[in-house]
Ligand binder design. Structure first.
Ligand SMILES: [Zn+2]
Length: 272
């Protein structure tokens, strides 16, 4: 893809969760924007200027507040069509996002001369869509796959099983590069996907091992487990890791390997 047809503009919301900031992509000569970012009039005005009157479609990968809220102002200023899935109930969700067009899984979106395939990829968020430029093999992955920051899986909307399934699903698509929601372009997509799956599986095994050890004589709290399972992660990131640990434990519970009355106290399931 040429420089002219794909541009990445970072929103000014750098942080622990967002890395250098949310990536907003402008493509097809400014006719399409993917993930307009948080509410930030300066960012929106920048996008309007770059689109130079050409913007027709605003695509949203999901409705977390660092990805979709800028869509409303951008649509008001340009009259562009909003594409994406409505927000589920929950914290950190942009309930104001009202799509004009909610794509089905695998739907081919004809956007002028441009074609993007919408791929439903729940896990990080239940309403998460990736968009694949089939012709060029570029996957706009939102927060399903990031570069440089770890994707948080926060139940109840986030699901570790769905996240792993959605990573596996991507193996079936002709992806040559990944344009993530945070971080820089990923040039070896198959290797990146393998590495993400391996990382989550290793964390799950570590969770199970510590759960079995610590609950041999009774219940173990989520926070004790957190300190053991994420001992390799800086303490400052533990509040975020706590969400993903819960997601791992809920998956283990579904697999019949863990049990809990309240998601805060856990035991390894009897038997295996
Ligand atoms: Zn997100």
């Amino acid at each position: 893809m040429t420089e002219r047809s794909l541009r990445c503009i970072k929103a000014a919301n750098a942080g622990v969760m967002t890395g250098a900031g949310t990536n907003t992509y402008l493509l097809a000569g400014g006719t399409i924007v993917i993930d307009p970012g948080p509410i930030d009039p300066a960012h929106t005005e920048h996008l309007v200027r770059l689109a130079a009157g050409n913007l027709n479609w605003i695509l949203v990968t999901h409705t977390h507040r660092d990805h979709s809220p800028g869509a409303l102002l951008l649509a008001q200023e340009t009259g562009a069509t909003l594409v994406g899935m409505r927000a589920p109930v929950g914290e950190n969700q942009d309930q104001l996002f009202e799509p004009d067009w909610a794509p089905m899984h695998d739907e081919m979106l004809e956007l002028g001369d441009y074609m993007l395939q919408a791929i439903h990829t729940p896990g990080h968020a239940s309403n998460h869509l990736c968009y694949l430029d089939v012709q060029r093999g570029i996957l706009f992955s939102g927060d399903h796959i990031n570069q440089g920051t770890t994707v948080v899986i926060a139940p109840p909307d986030g699901s570790m099983q769905q996240y792993l399934d959605s990573l596996e699903l991507l193996r079936h698509y002709p992806i040559r590069a990944i344009a993530p929601g945070h971080g820089s372009m990923i040039e070896e997509p198959a290797r990146a996907i393998d590495s993400l799956i391996r990382h989550r599986c290793q964390r799950e095994l570590k969770t199970l091992r510590h759960l079995r050890e610590l609950s041999a004589d009774g219940e173990v709290s989520l926070d004790i487990l957190l300190s053991r399972v994420y001992s390799d992660v800086p303490l400052s990131l533990h509040p975020i890791a706590r969400c993903s640990l819960q997601a791992h434990l809920l998956k283990l519970e579904k697999d019949g390997l863990a049990t809990s009355p309240d998601s805060l106290r856990w035991w390894a399931a009897a038997g295996d």
